[in-house]
Write a protein that binds this ligand. Sequence first.
Ligand SMILES: [Zn+2]
Length: 322
Amino acid sequence: MAHHGQDLGGAPGPLGFDREEERLVAMAALPSLFCVLVNPKDLTGNEDLDTRYQEVADKVRKDDKRSCRGIKNLDAAITANTGERQATGFVVAANDTTLRVLTCAHVIDDIFTVDNHNQFNLEEVNALFRFDVHCYHHEVNVRTRLINQKISERLRFPTQTRVIALDTQKDLMVLEFDVGYLCDRDETDVGGARTWCEAMHPVIHRADADPSKMQKMVLAGWPPQRAGSCAIGQVSFCHWTYDAITAVNFKGYTMRLLEIPGMVADNGFSGAPVLNGAGQYVGVFHGVFNLSTGYAICSQDVRDFLQEHNVLVWEPNDAEEA
Ligand SMILES: [Zn+2]
């Protein structure tokens, strides 16, 4: 499939309307976006967890294979071209020292399948996987470095995070990390210095109201090597249940979906914010079905998830701990 995400500097897309407003919305979101990379950890020394992981992963593989009946596992493509699991995340809460970034849970879809959710608690999920992020400012510095190396092969200096909220049935996950550990520029490979990012990473707020039919939306995401990509579409429905869209719900997802025909984007867009003209998010991107229609986790389900896990609330001693 061709790359449908529009580069922000590129020509107008297929819809034919003026792109300036959409471009501004996507540009404004960039400092709030994070590249999320997920890697399984080495479980040497933690044999019990390793055994349980192997059991669950085996069950998931069998179930995915059986349920798909030959249809390619949509989520398997998440590692395309990078060998890594990559998603987009965006800031939903911040205090002076800490950022909380919302993304999708299907980057760890090897530990859940229909009727097999919540097999591991948060501590175990953090022991099973390493969750790294880096910000847009760092990516720009990496890309503009004057070194003789392909952009895709240049090293990024990641910040390790931990999962603080997870709902695999709704495909949502929140990562938390200390903002002081975000790298801005890293030239240690040539004997230089490493500096830390002092730029703003503003919270993207949720829109209070659901979008109306045919309202234009902008998806601002970070597919592999293409930070600052976007896709555009117009809303058709706000609250589809998963089974109304596809018979292939082999993961047992329960969230309702915002349907945006024409919003076609690669897998690295998963977890990206679907933004209205005011730059507020109305959904979290989940994936593309039928090759031409994008689906996002609906705003109300995101709100319920964030409330249930107290993601937008800071305990008084959070700042002191960090
Ligand atoms: Zn930054």
